[in-house]
Design a protein around this ligand. Structure first.
Ligand code: LLP
Length: 443
């Protein structure tokens, strides 16, 4: 987080709270979240888009992608910052509603929504349901009819723009499960418009995640707007939703996207395309998750076993130092799943020892259980030290699991020198409670 500092003893503090103090109270592994940064970033996205669409007479809706990290407090912080919430399952929907986010501030996604999920969402009056297939038109319309409601829907389109981490490439044909092909859109929208229980809001596109440039969004916007124009002949199309996926810097050599620059590029493209097509600029919607919460989080581990492994490299023998920590792929799945890159910092003291190249690994029974593939730590860092891994606010707690019966870490929010537990540490009692062979928990 931007508020990270070292005090005179070299201890890292976040928002004025020393990680050593947090660890004394909450143990490790520990997720720490800078509340102010999270809330500031939420407002910043809304402002970046809102300030650019307002002069055009259009609105910008920002739906926080709850899958990145959701607790009741986070849901309320997003609501209070003026954002909406994008939920993708009945679980995320239930939590948002229980936290007090009104249905009209929610959007429901998913490529396989259950009847229950649809009924709950419609009952709650969600602002939009994103249709992900032709089949869903009838299912959502029937569910809305049963509820006596008229439900706003968007149609997720597979634009054919394939976003990768650094660039984008257009693919002629997409082979993945989300959305419908551009060519199918007119027929499906006609079916939507034929159902009085549905109100068509517009097209939706999500080209991918951790995207560091504007090109893919611009290309997707252009492709969608052509179809959007054709649809205007048959009725109103008030919105265009361009999804989420704004990238962040995980390491010092990656450059984060300034959201204002992205907003300039995306809104500018929409304006140009609308002018060329001769259509009014629609309201725009976005669904960022990672950009809002990722940089606000840090994971703190206790270092354990250190091992120097001898390697044969092209340049001759070398040594790789493995530093183990008390978590791993159960609290950070991203390195194992995506080969993601992270940095590590010695968090509890200063060291004048020379920096050495290390690989930080977890304690799970898998060789792929890596947290940080390569970074420098002082040569004397090891057992008894605390290690901090930045940029872990998004898709860390939400992807956490119980592999090897590790319990999931707590999440503590810090702001202005004070702390607040958002999620408590899972206990063995929690885990064993589901094992019927232990008669409801033996821990
Ligand atoms: N909208 C839709 C329809 C999505 O599927 C997603 C993410 C988002 C918005 C938010 O994307 P974001 O702005 O957070 O990049 N587990 C992966 C990311 C998977 C994202 C899935 N969908 C990771 O840890 O990188």
């Amino acid at each position: 987080p931007a508020s990270a500092r070292r005090d005179d003893d070299g201890r890292i503090e976040i928002a004025g709270v020393a990680l050593t103090d947090l660890v004394e109270r909450h143990g490790t592994p520990l997720y720490v979240l800078d509340e102010t940064e999270l809330r500031t970033r939420a407002r910043r996205v809304l402002d970046a888009f809102g300030s650019r669409t307002a002069p055009l007479g259009a609105r910008a809706h920002v739906y926080y992608a709850a899958k990145a990290f959701l607790t009741a407090d986070v849901a309320r912080w997003m609501r209070d910052a003026g954002l909406r919430l994008d939920v993708a399952t009945g679980g995320e929907l239930a939590l948002a509603l229980a936290a007090g986010v009104p249905g009209e501030r929610l959007g429901l996604h998913g490529n396989d929504k259950s009847d229950d999920e649809l009924a709950t969402a419609i009952e709650a009056g969600v602002a939009s349901i994103v249709l992900d297939s032709a089949e869903e038109v009838g299912r959502v319309a029937d569910a809305a009819r049963r509820a006596g409601a008229v439900q706003g829907v968007r149609l997720r389109v597979n634009s054919g723009v394939h976003a990768s981490t650094h660039e984008y490439l257009a693919t002629a044909r997409e082979d993945q499960k989300f959305g419908v092909a551009l060519a199918q859109v007119p027929g499906i929208v006609a079916a939507v418009r034929a159902r009085p229980e549905l109100r068509f809001l517009g097209l939706h596109s999500h080209i991918g995640s951790q995207i560091l440039g504007v090109g893919g969004f611009a290309e997707a916007a252009r492709r969608l707007l052509e179809v959007h124009r054709d649809l205007l002949g048959g009725g109103p199309v008030p919105e265009l939703n361009l999804g989420g996926g704004f990238g962040i810097a995980y390491t010092a050599d990656q450059e984060a996207v300034a959201i204002e620059e992205l907003a300039d590029g995306i809104v500018g493209t929409v304006v140009d395309a609308c002018r060329e097509l001769g259509v009014p600029v629609p309201d725009l919607a976005f669904e960022p998750g990672r950009w809002i919460v990722g940089p606000a989080g840090v994971t703190v581990y206790s270092a354990g076993t250190t091992k120097d492994v001898e390697l044969q490299t092209e340049d001759g023998p070398a040594v790789r130092r493995y530093v183990s920590v008390d978590g791993g792929m159960s609290d950070n799945l991203r390195t194992a799943l995506y080969g993601a890159e992270y940095e590590v910092r010695l968090a509890n003291r200063l060291s004048t020892a020379e920096p050495v190249l290390v690989r930080v690994v977890g304690k799970h029974c898998e060789s792929g259980d890596v947290v940080v593939q390569a970074d420098l730590l002082p040569a004397d860092a090891g057992r008894g030290d605390l290690l901090a891994v930045p940029a872990t606010g998004a898709y860390h707690h939400s992807l956490a699991n119980n592999y090897n019966l590790l319990t999931r870490p707590p999440v503590v929010a810090v702001a202005d020198g004070a702390e607040r537990v958002l999620i408590t540490r899972e206990t063995l009692t929690d885990l064993f409670a589901r094992d019927t062979g232990l008669a409801g928990g033996a821990a």
